[in-house]
Design a binder for this molecule. Structure first.
Ligand SMILES: Nc1ncnc2c1ncn2[C@@H]1O[C@H](COP(=O)(O)OP(=O)(O)OP(=O)(O)O)[C@@H](O)[C@H]1O
Ligand SMILES: [Mg+2]
Length: 71
């Protein structure tokens, strides 16, 4: 594997090349944000999990998506 293109991205909160298997969590977050924009309540999300499972990466992904919504 060429070191420059190696997809292994160790580190705390660094965005991986592919955010594998988190579609449902991100979809729930998008719905909650869109509902908040139109003033409707929605269920809270808590990101729980073992060390290194990807909580910080999810938080920053949701945050950057929220910014694109102008909220
Ligand atoms: N869905 C995913 N697919 C591939 N890699 C991922 C995924 N989620 C996280 N990673 C990678 O795992 C590593 C750890 O992610 P992150 O720092 O978000 O974990 P964490 O749950 O916040 O850890 P900690 O409990 O130590 O705070 C990062 O290098 C990140 O790129
Ligand atoms: Mg973290």
């Amino acid at each position: 594997m060429a070191p420059v293109r190696n997809p292994f991205a160790p580190g705390a909160g660094s965005r991986p090349p592919e955010l594998a298997g988190r579609e449902a969590i991100l979809r729930d977050a998008e719905v909650a944000i869109q509902r908040a924009v139109i003033g409707k309540p929605s269920r809270s999300q808590m990101l729980l999990g073992l060390r290194g499972v990807g909580k910080t990466v999810l938080l920053s992904k949701i945050e950057s998506w929220r910014r694109t919504q102008g909220t």
